[in-house]
Design a protein around this ligand. Sequence first.
Ligand code: ADP
Ligand code: MG
Ligand code: MG
Length: 252
Amino acid sequence: GSTLEIKDLHVEIEGEEILKGVNLTINGGEFHAVMGPNGTGKSTLASAIMGHPKYEVTKGQVLLDGEDVLEMEVDERAQAGLFLAMQYPSEISGVTNSDFLRSSINAQREEGDEIPLMQFIKEMDATMDSLEIDKNMAQRYLNEGFSGGEKKRNEILQLMMLKPAIGVLDEIDSGLDIDALKVVSQGINQMRDDKFGCLIITHYQRLLDYITPDHVHVMMQGRVVKSGGPELAHRLEAEGYDWIKEELGIDD
Ligand code: ADP
Ligand code: MG
Ligand code: MG
């Protein structure tokens, strides 16, 4: 498996420092959850890893198997094996979902080694079935008019088809009803493999009832302030974040 190392990462948005030294290491085979109150920089972390132009890294490193991710173009990051599911996935007009998925898969493969069309269709059909995605979604334009739940399912379809080394899932649970949440979680759990590491960002503990993380991290005010096992998520659900603030002498 691969290793994603985030070292002392500092990120600014429009001159304001949002991340103030984040340290995290995700190895293949591990599921890490990052939790934290709203506005603490969780989405900023995801966007910075994937190279969103609005997020300026002022200090620190992101390394994938020792390679400097921050030096890579956005598409190079995907080719290197990083996958980002966005909290607010964008619409791309004029490209069908199926074409987008197939070209994304082929972009990761060597020239001349493109996925055979029939194999692609078979895999896509089976994966769509497992995620209970309506078949007509394949021929719709990417994210255009997709409901919140359809977008989330579709992102997990992409994840399962692309089989990245490291997945970063930002609030994949937001806007999902409980049935959709179960289906999406099952899909993510099916990805469990030595070759797949995952960073699951969530505001709510609820998702972690279905996906058991190996490590749980709490982010506050732009830093990871506490790490533990799954029990940490349960304590957060029961007691909220105040006890951590008290423990660390943070007030906001
Ligand atoms: P979280 O995901 O933990 O809720 P975010 O990373 O979305 O937090 O936001 C962290 C801080 O950065 C917030 O104060 C938010 O207002 C600010 N922020 C996030 N995105 C932008 C942006 N595109 N422009 C300006 N400020 C932003
Ligand atoms: Mg938020
Ligand atoms: Mg967020």
